[in-house]
Design a protein around this ligand. Sequence first.
Ligand code: FEO
Length: 170
Amino acid sequence: MLSNNLQNAINDQINKEFFSEYLYLSMSAHCNTINMDGIANYFLVQSQEEHFHAMKFFNFVNDRGGKVELKALAAPKVHFKSLIEIFEETLEHEKLVTASINSLMDIAIKENDHALISFLKWFVDEQVEEESTVGKILHKLKLIDGDGHGLLMIDNELAAKVFTPPADNA
Ligand code: FEO
């Protein structure tokens, strides 16, 4: 059984994951309007991954006999000045999510909840990968400095991304 403290903290995390889904969907919509179809695909897949993250927490609360309480979602940003701005905000957002997962882990350790500690390890690893991937794309965007040929190469590269949930977590 989850403690009330942990249940509340996980319900907050569920909201953050669903907000991430919403934010990346908004970024995808914006990229569509500027004809960056590959980058739009990248953010669409990111939003699907965030939905998957939210549902992992959702199922965990249910499995532990807790009560999921969904909260209101804030409106995501809809206007962006540049692709660099989008990826800078994505990186900042992922850092906030990492901090949130880490503080959830701190509470789990403090409360000696071994099942939650084990469960959260997947998210700790996932955040390392997410920050790394976004950081690399941001670095490339800065490197090409608005060059059309370079932008099309990145757009083509990100067009190939597909959502594939991990086999043991589907
Ligand atoms: Fe669910 Fe991108 O962290």
